[in-house]
Every structure is written in C-alpha cells, then in structure tokens.
Design a protein around this ligand. Structure first.
Ligand code: APR
Length: 184
C-alpha cells in the first residue's frame, strides 16, 4: 500500500478485490444499460446480491440508463459499504474519440455524487482498463490527474478523507504507485 496526502485527503493504492473493501462508497465500472456484466461489475453484483440490481432497474426506468462519463448511485446490498456508485467508462477506440475526457468525467462525477451523500471514504477500481480496453498507463494518468485536480480545485467543499484506488492487477498497482511518488 502507498499513501500520499492531497490537501486534507489521503490517497492510497491498494492491491485486491474491491468487493471486500470497507468504507462509505465503492465505485463500479458499469455499462450504460446498468444491468450488470463481467469484470468488476459482475463481482460487485454477485457479492452485493439482488438489491443493487433492483435499484439499477429503477434508475433505468427513471432515466433510461447512464451515459458514459456519468454516474448513478444505489445502495450496497450485502457489501460492507453504504453505497455503490455506478459510472460508465469509455470504450477505448484508439484515443481520438474523447476517451480521456470521458474517463476523467467518470472520476469527477463519482466524486461529486459521493460528496452529495456525505461520503468520507471512497474506493475506485481502474475504470475502463478491462473489457473496455483503455490502455493502463494513460488511464492511470487520467484517473490520478482528474482526482488530484478535483481535490485541489475544491479543497474545502467536501469531507472526503480517504480515496483508495483498488487495483486488481499488479500492472496497475505499479503504475499508480509510481504516479503518486510525485506527491511525496
Ligand atoms: N475488484 C477490483 N477491480 C477489479 C475486480 C474486482 N473484483 N474485477 C476486475 N477488476 C478490474 C480489472 O482488472 C480492470 O483493471 O477492474 C478494472 C476494470 O475492468 P472491467 O471490470 O472489465 O471494466 P471496464 O473495462 O470499465 O469495462 C466495463 O465490463 O463488466 C462489464 O458491465 C461492464 O460492460 C461493462 C464493461
């Protein structure tokens, strides 16, 4: 585990399965249909149980899904957190279709929603870097830049004490650790 402070917020990189993380909010790398899938999405729905899917279906009825870069929030079923924020990353199409902007929006809109529900701790997976094919190194740059800029621009506007990046793959653990060294 590696930890740095940005303003009053601790940023950590952890290796592991986000479904076993304990805190206020975990973020899911969902798809626009919000009906589950494989990867971290499948793991969260399996571990959390049917309650999360029922709430996703309600959101679909109300707003017809969730566009890329946006985020929606549900309860967390059996998970040891209060909420799951479902955000939809971009599908990698070579980088010329605004993928970086959309991916940054995922992190910003998730943080914004977490703030709205008063969260103090939040965990992110490495959005888009699995099935959606976003290359890991540029995705790490986008994620950490979006989060650190968000915290620097809005330093007093939130009560977020801890942001954990929970990496399932060792490649990502190494990339995130290297990136955070610049804040030491
Ligand atoms: N905990 C943390 N990270 C995980 C877990 C887990 N249990 N399982 C997978 N991951 C990691 C992957 O290693 C990858 O780095 O999450 C990252 C994102 O991968 P995906 O889950 O494939 O998500 P994404 O690339 O954003 O693709 C989204 O996949 O499952 C579907 O419904 C989802 O269609 C959507 C698409």
């Amino acid at each position: 585990m590696k930890t740095v402070m940005i303003g009053n917020t601790r940023i950590s990189v952890l290796s592991g399965d986000i479904t076993t993380w304990k805190g206020d909010v975990i973020v899911n790398a969902a798809n626009s249909g919000l009906l589950g899938g494989n990867g971290v999405d499948g793991a969260i729905h399996r571990a959390g149980g049917p309650e999360i899917m029922e709430q996703c279906k309600e959101i679909r009825k109300l707003q017809g899904g969730c566009p890329p870069g946006h985020a929606v929030i549900t309860g967390a079923g059996n998970l040891d957190v209060k909420h799951v924020i479902h955000t939809v990353g971009p599908i990698w199409e070579g980088g010329g279709r605004g993928e970086a902007l959309t991916l940054a929006d995922c992190y910003r809109s998730s943080l914004q929603l977490a703030i709205e529900v008063g969260a103090r701790t939040i965990a992110f997976p490495n959005i888009s870097t699995g099935i959606y094919g976003y290359p890991k190194s540029p995705a790490c740059d986008v994620a950490l830049k979006a989060v650190s800029e968000f915290l620097q621009v809005e330093p007093l506007d939130h009560r977020i004490e801890q942001i954990d990046f929970v990496c399932f793959e060792m490649d990502n653990v190494k990339l995130y650790m290297r990136w955070l060294e610049r804040f030491e």
